[in-house]
Design a protein around this ligand. Structure first.
Ligand SMILES: [Mn+2]
Length: 538
């Protein structure tokens, strides 16, 4: 309760001071008591953020320069030249990436190795694509949409040599590049070549056009000379034929740390990034891994990384506002670290509002009041200080709510033991500590009376035991506090030699009576730490 309320209030405080993007977040569940308080003041719960680890989406380039399956190599090269990108993703109709086309792959096509020199005459595209690439708008074509493989020939020889050469070819697969040489054009049409490409923007005579039509020969005019035209015919090939189908892609949600090794050690320079529907949404480059991630955290009501949201160690922590013991944490830069031995973080936040003369709206004041009441059990906990009392009084005035009646309202508004399964109840408010090489957990549940606990204590004990084993904890403890009678029961499971050191009166196996103990932090934790030390010295 203290965490949720102080997070919401502190986010409001930071916004008022100009940090407009400050946003309250939580990484744990909201229980019924918190929900009751939020509803009472009409405040939405903080956004749930389970994990702040930097993800692919945080560093990838979002503006993707991409090409379609049918984009010609010529167009792709033009895009590469303009954008200075060496490798373009190719997307299908559903915008899924189905390969990459790179400068390297294209240069291999345009400048084939000696053994594949015949490839320099290979044309692979539809006549429509050919006319497009040659920027011809008065083409006369047959079956122009079908992609086909053609052989390029340049009609640069005499009509005689040309005719004798034609006999070596499968003429209906021949693309002839020729100038205004009617004898060659006529011979080509007579042997039914697939297409005549007439260069230099030269006119084609009507009789030639008529003969071509009669023989089903297509004619395309090119504005370029023969050399350029021949090159462009080759470049009309759709990029999908030149694509690298083996590539490494990632999902935008993947944590960077998880894919770093795979990406950095791969042969690829760039990795297409897809969303949950498989659509291309970004490109990740190797250099993106060293980009700083622009995400900052303020921790409230805790200061140990083991209690912080997953990934907190991978982003910048800019402030801590807390009232717990100081756990080991190092930062790269100096930060604002407010840690005061008071009963509630909400007390510290309330005082900040007053000190900075930031107006406290009634709903925020109500949340702060709930936080103080909850953590100090309405000032009856030994952790409560004069400052808690003073701030509580101020908040009573602002909200017009009496703390005593609000206390009852809060604690009767939901029994964790009644509403949660034992496995959930024991982790509802559970903290993990590291001490002298040991890891242990202490959970706390506030109840009115112990009846509910006794009804369930065997199941709770089993659940706690499996939790302790799963986390390899030296021990796991559950403190059940009766907020009315101001005392607790303690359930402990774990290493026997440690459990044996607990001197409190045992009520049942593993359940101890702790009269007057209500504070996990100030009373129980020092005691458990002492037991841990004693066990070490045995
Ligand atoms: Mn607190």
């Amino acid at each position: 309760m203290d965490s949720i309320c102080s997070a919401l209030a502190y986010a409001h405080f930071k916004q008022q001071l100009g940090m407009n993007h400050a946003m309250a977040a939580r990484c744990g569940d909201i229980n019924d008591r918190i929900e009751h308080v939020l509803q009472k003041f009409g405040v939405a719960p903080p956004r749930f953020v389970a994990d702040v680890r930097p993800r692919v989406r945080d560093v990838m380039q979002q503006k993707v320069v991409q090409v379609g399956m049918l984009t010609s190599a010529w167009e792709a090269m033009e895009i590469m030249d303009r954008t200075n990108i060496r490798s373009l993703p190719i997307v299908d109709e559903a915008l899924r990436c189905c390969g990459l086309v790179s400068v390297f792959k294209m240069s291999k096509f345009f400048l084939p190795a000696q053994a594949r020199l015949a490839d320099t005459r290979r044309i692979l595209c539809s006549l429509d694509q050919l006319a497009d690439t040659l920027k011809c708008d008065d083409a006369e074509m047959v079956n122009s949409q079908v992609e086909e493989e053609l052989t390029l020939m340049i009609g640069a020889m005499s009509a005689e040599s040309f005719e004798s050469r034609l006999s070596h070819y499968d003429t209906n697969k021949l693309l002839l590049v020729v100038g205004d040489r009617e004898d060659i054009q006529e011979a080509a049409i007579a042997s039914k070549v697939r297409v005549l490409v007439v260069t230099g923007n030269l006119q084609v005579s009507d009789p030639i056009r008529a003969k071509a039509r009669a023989n089903g020969v297509s004619i395309i005019r090119s504005a370029h000379d023969s050399t350029t035209t021949a090159m462009l015919c080759r470049a009309a090939i759709p990029v999908r034929h030149l694509r690298t189908e083996h590539f490494l892609h990632f999902n935008e949600d993947e944590p960077l740390a998880q894919i770093r090794n795979l990406a950095v050690s791969s042969q690829f320079q760039a990795f297409p990034v897809q969303d949950a529907h498989g659509r291309l949404v970004g490109i990740l480059s190797k250099t993106d891994f060293i980009k700083p991630v622009n995400r900052q955290l303020i921790l409230v009501d805790h200061n140990e990384l083991s209690q912080a949201v997953e990934g907190a160690d991978q982003v910048e922590i800019i402030e801590i506002v807390d009232h717990h013991r100081i756990g080991a944490m190092t930062t790269q830069k100096p930060i604002l670290f407010v840690n005061r031995p008071v009963g509630s973080t909400c007390t510290i936040v309330t005082e900040m509002f007053l000190q900075h003369q930031v107006k406290l709206p009634r709903d925020i004041a109500g949340l702060l009041l709930a936080g103080i009441i909850s953590d100090t059990l309405n000032l009856t906990s030994p952790t409560a200080t004069d400052l808690d009392a003073k701030m509580l009084k101020t908040l009573e005035t602002i909200t017009g709510i009496k703390a005593t009646s609000f206390t009852e309202e809060i604690f009767s508004s939901g029994s964790v033991l009644k509403q949660r399964l034992p496995e959930k109840a024991i982790v509802n408010d559970c903290k993990i500590y590291h001490e002298k090489g040991h890891t242990f957990s202490v959970a706390q549940i506030e109840e009115i009376g112990f009846q509910e606990f006794w009804d369930q204590h065997e199941r709770l004990s089993l659940a706690l035991e499996s939790y302790q084993k799963q986390g390899s904890h030296t021990f796991s403890a559950l403190l059940i506090t009766d907020v009315v009678r101001q005392g607790s029961l303690l359930l402990v499971v774990g290493e026997q030699k440690l459990v044996d050191l607990i001197e409190y009166k045992q009520r049942r196996l593993g359940v101890y009576d702790l009269p007057g103990i209500v504070s996990r932090k100030k009373q129980l934790l020092p005691y458990l730490t002492k037991c841990l030390m004693a066990a070490e010295n045995l």
